[in-house]
Design a protein around this ligand. Structure first.
Ligand SMILES: [Zn+2]
Length: 71
């Protein structure tokens, strides 16, 4: 699905972008994360399963000691 409803009621559109994640003092970049962006209120959000995966990828990047990882 390429569009989903934002909390404001408008349609948010799927974009792929690099997102910064953080575990304690470590900061890593996850590349090409599917994020929905609302053109109206500028809200950005991930779908539930995607935000879980994002959190897992952040932890994985920290564990293997890299600064960036593909989503
Ligand atoms: Zn919105």
């Amino acid at each position: 699905m390429l569009e989903t409803k934002c909390l404001c009621g408008n349609q948010a559109q799927l974009r792929f972008k690099d997102e910064i994640g953080r575990v304690i003092d470590k900061v890593v970049t996850i590349k090409n994360v599917p994020v929905f962006l609302c053109p109206d209120c500028k809200e950005e959000f991930m779908k539930g399963p995607d935000s879980l995966r994002f959190a897992e990828r952040v932890i994985e990047a920290v564990e293997i000691g890299v600064e960036e990882l593909e989503f």
